[in-house]
Design a protein around this ligand. Structure first.
Ligand SMILES: [Zn+2]
Length: 1000
């Protein structure tokens, strides 16, 4: 299927055969004005936006061009709507267990390398040739916020390493108007033709004479394009002032491959160069870029009346995806760090007071990381800016990091503990990137995990430093290791180090594996090496590769050096290769024979079907840690590898004869699961029941997580995790509770229409009641306690504990009548309960509050709560509001879809909406967007009925989901796992729950 969006992109760049006669920079008239009305986010004409600039807009473009594009969008939308209307999913009753998750998705074969003018495109490789190396860019951009027309000039000095008569570089949706190549003596080298190949987003310039190795040359371009509306590249965003006036701004998001749509460039991370950025703007706005402002000049004569150009200092060498610029009318607060770096936060003027907390935290984190990495931050300033529309949570652009509003701004009086924690974690992540990712960058996207995995690990180290009482490493397990182990149990997972080439493949690996598995194996490595050796190795790595690029082996080498003088040198590369090159992870199984323990390992798969059986050749260097009843507080460690060959293997080891229990993977710091023979499980369950604090909270959580997951995979009787869970009546810690409640809710989802569901609710109510009686709705408890309280209250309401439901409803009524202000930590639970047990009046009241508030966390609270309704009609209205995008921002559509899908009443509504609005979703997010995959996972991965599985397969059979392909395959596999689990355990579950749940 070809989208209308793709069709437009292919046409907006064209080769210009007249280059040879007009290839002089400055030969074109740039001063023509146009009265083309602006486009809104959804492509409609918006006359209000003219208020943004009071002066006449400056552009040679074209009402015709804009009208043509709009017409094309509308025509294609109409066509696709008709197609969708006639292609409905069909249903089929029976699904084989041997489903192939890998071949059920539409694949578009790559086209031949033919340029847009019909000529063969001579360079047929998605990677650029390596014999031309850009050194210095000078880029001037004029984004016109009235017409959305983008005009730019780019000049790059490049080195030639091999004789060549052509240049190939990236460009996307840009039209070159002037091309000129010069040698170092400023003599022009004539170009003979310019070709564009949209499939690889490449431009080819052929020259009359050869460029010689060892020499530098320059390429100067003028070009035109459009300010985008899809949250990629250089795009428009807006916010409303307190007076209700819509204010527009322009921002950038280039990672991974969108710099090329703002300016033609060598858009691969290994082509680091210096950038001198210029931005043309109206006088009453502010422009920001990676570096501080150098000077501002009046450019009315060249660019249009009333315009000035901000010129920024030249940058240090960096990758194109880290270049950034913003034009806005924001306010600013700032502080200076210990080493004299100015750290600022920019936000809409009426929201800068919400940035105080983030600024103070950012300065502390900055000072900490600077000392942790032992390397001075190399830029004179760091700006953090909030953005009303942003696809990701935040982006680490060097010197100008961009954040979603909810990831940076918070009102102290209305923001919950969890939202505050989210702000600090995201800050720490982006600050860690300023060194790890920006200063040293991966050579190619295959090693994206090096940057993202490490930043996802370092954010916890950073926050632990400034808030040691927050139990961050326990939370790390909940937010990283456990989610990664869930995704990585699928045959459709991928190795953290994975071969990717085109933009769609690259976008698809911004996922749980790169971030959370990457972070988890860094954590495991740190436990093996020790914190100080790890830190010294990281410092050495940064020092060796500063302002350059590196790969995994460079890092392993630096980390190994720290262990050479140790009595137990660690073969870091040998170990880590087993964790980075293989997908999945091991299931370690312990069996006891007297005082001998046999530990075996095999690849763990959630669905072990005939088509996707366990790969017996997969083995890992497992640092197997364990404790026993003989010394519960002493951790022992043994490597699961052959001591001579150093190959990963099974092992035997001795324990004292009188030991009553053994527990492996101490504190869950290893990236593996553990199964035990039945007698050992029984001994562990006895300890939990009688003396649960014998194990740390992390160990208790891990026993719960492993037991439930093994039952889901059919490797453990389902009565084991249920029996184990009975100890929760005595549990008082956050991590075991959050882990258990995740699994109990999942169980509730698959039992949604089974008789056992009622018994499950009684069982969970019985478990939560003791702690609920202690904690209740009292607020102002310590941070980690407030997180636990939220988990508990949510569960109490979800599973229908009447005292909790009644109290939440009472609070909602009081709040709605204006009698009380709700405490931040419980307000979203109260909103959800009020909506769940209310009707349209309650829903609409919250909807109006959502539209009024300018506090980011409060907006998220309402977005989640509005999905809690029990009325399908209301939920359908809500989904429609989200898709129409008038009141809900594009970045928040996923939140709405996820929240409604988690509501059993809304689950199938979401799936129907996704099918009927698929075309709109594709247009909005683009195929090369990680959002597509996340929408699919959110909408269908919890299905547990063969009919639904067939429906998903049938719908997507002829749909090209682009970078969502792996997420789709994973969703199919997860559905199959749910079906298998129910088939195997349905009756046993019901019997156990009936027997062990108190009457309620
Ligand atoms: Zn990151």
């Amino acid at each position: 299927m070809t989208s209308e969006r793709a069709a437009i992109r292919l046409q907006t760049i064209r080769s210009v055969p007249e280059y040879n006669t007009m290839n002089r920079v400055g030969s074109l008239d740039f001063s023509t004005t146009s009265s083309t009305p602006p486009l809104t986010e959804d492509g409609k004409i918006n006359y209000e936006k003219g208020e943004f600039y009071t002066n006449p807009p400056v552009a040679t473009c074209s009402r015709k061009q804009a009208v043509f594009i709009i017409g094309l969008i509308l025509a294609t939308l109409l066509t696709c709507s008709l197609i969708i209307a006639f292609v409905r999913p069909s249903h089929c009753g029976h699904v084989e267990e041997g489903l192939d998750f890998h071949e059920d998705v539409a694949v578009t074969p790559p086209p031949e390398a033919i340029a847009t003018n019909g000529e063969p495109f001579p360079w047929n490789d998605v990677r650029l040739p390596d014999f031309i190396v850009p050194l210095r860019y000078s880029v001037v951009l004029h984004p016109n916020l009235t017409t959305l027309f983008l005009r730019g000039q780019m000049e790059v000095v490049f080195a030639v390493q091999k004789e060549t008569n052509f240049i190939v570089f990236h460009g996307k949706d840009v039209t070159l108007t002037v091309v000129m190549v010069k040698d170092k003596n400023m003599r022009e080298i004539m170009t003979t033709r310019t070709l564009y190949y949209p499939y690889h987003q490449q431009i080819y310039i052929e020259l009359k004479n050869y460029l010689m190795p060892g020499n530098n040359y320059s390429l100067a371009l003028r070009y035109e394009g459009m300010v985008r509306t899809d949250l990629e590249g250089l795009y428009i965003s807006s916010y409303k002032s307190p007076g209700g006036v819509k204010r527009y701004l322009v921002t950038t998001h280039f990672q991974p491959t969108s710099a090329r749509s703002a300016f033609p460039c060598w858009d691969e991370p290994n082509y680091k160069a210096r950038f001198k950025i210029g931005v043309v703007r109206q006088r009453n706005y502010v422009a920001l870029s990676n570096m501080p402002l150098d000077n501002t000049e009046d450019v009315s004569i060249f660019w249009g009346s009333g315009l000035v150009q901000d010129n920024f200092h030249e940058s240090v060498p960096m990758s194109t995806y880290l270049v950034a610029l913003v034009v806005c009318d924001y306010g600013r607060i700032h502080e200076v760090t210990k080493t004299g770096v100015t750290l600022s936060i920019y936000a809409p003027p009426h929201m800068t007071s919400q940035a105080d907390f983030a600024l103070k935290a950012a300065v502390k984190l900055f000072d900490y990381f600077q000392s942790f990495f032992g390397f001075s931050y190399p830029l004179p300033k760091l700006d953090l800016i909030s953005m009303p529309d942003f696809a990701a949570g935040a982006m680490e652009n060097w010197g100008l990091a961009v954040f979603r509003e909810s990831a940076l701004l918070m009102d102290n009086n209305t923001t919950s503990s969890s939202a505050k924690q989210r702000v600090v974690l995201i800050l720490a992540h982006e600050l860690a990137h300023q060194w790890y990712g920006n200063l040293v960058t991966m050579k190619w996207w295959d090693d994206l995990w090096l940057s993202e995995g490490f930043a996802s690990f370092a954010e916890y180290i950073g926050v632990h430093h400034i808030f040691p009482e927050w139990a961050m490493m326990d939370q790390f397990l909940h937010s990283n290791t456990m989610p990664a182990l869930r995704t990585d149990a699928l045959s459709t997972s991928h190795a953290v180090s994975v071969t990717v080439s085109d933009p769609i493949e690259i976008e698809a690996i911004f996922d749980t594996i790169s971030y959370s598995k990457g972070a988890s194996i860094f954590y495991m490595l740190q436990r093996v090496l020790g914190e100080e050796i790890m830190r010294r190795g990281l410092m050495l790595y940064l020092e060796r590769h500063q302002f350059g690029n590196a790969n995994m082996d460079d890092l392993w080498q630096a980390l190994s050096l720290g262990t050479l003088n140790s009595s137990h040198p660690v073969p870091v590369k040998d170990m880590m290769d087993t964790w980075t090159h293989q997908l999945g992870y091991p299931l370690v199984t312990l069996r006891r024979h007297g005082n001998m323990i046999h530990a075996s390992q095999k690849h763990f798969l959630l669905v072990n079907s005939s088509l996707h059986s366990v790969n017996s050749s997969h083995k890992w260097h497992v640092p197997l840690s364990f404790t026993t009843s003989a010394a519960p507080n002493i951790e022992s460690q043994i490597w699961m590898r052959d001591p001579l060959s150093l190959r990963a293997s099974d092992i035997n080891f001795e324990i004292p004869m009188n030991v009553s229990w053994i527990k492996a993977n101490v504190n869950a710091s290893g990236y593996y699961r553990v199964n035990y023979e039945p007698a050992i499980w029984q001994s562990l369950i006895r300890v939990l029941a009688n003396q649960p604090t014998t194990f740390s909270p992390a160990d208790r959580a891990q026993l719960i997580d492993d037991a439930f997951t093994l039952a889901w995979a059919g490797m453990l009787n389902v009565t084991v995790p249920l029996t184990l869970s009975q100890y929760l009546v005595n549990e008082t810690e956050y991590l075991p509770w959050s882990t258990a409640l995740y699994h109990l809710r999942k169980l509730d989802t698959v039992l949604s229409i089974r008789t056992a569901r009622r018994s499950l609710h009684c069982f969970v109510r019985h478990l939560v009641t003791p702690l609920y009686s202690i904690m209740g709705w009292t607020t102002k408890v310590p941070h980690i306690q407030s997180l636990l309280q939220r988990e508990l209250l949510e569960a109490a309401v979800y599973f229908g504990l009447s005292s909790a439901v009644n109290e939440a409803r009472r609070l909602f009524t009081q709040w709605m009548s204006g009698q009380v202000q709700l405490p931040p930590d419980i307000r979203d639970i109260v909103y959800s309960t009020g909506i769940k047990y209310g009707g349209w009046t309650e829903w609409d009241y919250c909807w109006q509050r959502y539209k009024e508030t300018n506090v980011p966390d409060e907006r998220l609270n309402f977005l989640r709560a509005l999905a809690a309704s029990n009325d399908p009609w209301i939920l359908q209205q809500y989904l429609d509001f989200a898709m129409e995008r008038n009141s809900i921002r594009v970045q928040d559509i996923r939140k709405v879809v996820e929240s409604v899908a988690q509501n059993p009443v809304g689950s199938l509504l979401v799936w129907r909406q996704l099918q009927t609005r698929w075309n709109m979703i594709e247009v909005t997010f683009g195929r090369a967007s990680f959002t597509i995959g996340r929408l699919i996972l959110a909408a269908v991965s919890h299905f547990h009925d063969p009919l639904d599985l067939k429906s998903v397969q049938t719908f997507f059979r002829n749909v090209n989901v682009g970078s969502g392909k792996r997420s789709l395959m994973q969703s199919l596999e997860l559905i199959q796992a749910n079906i298998n689990f129910l088939n195997k355990n349905d009756r046993q579950l019901e019997q156990w729950l009936n027997r062990n749940s108190p009457r309620c």
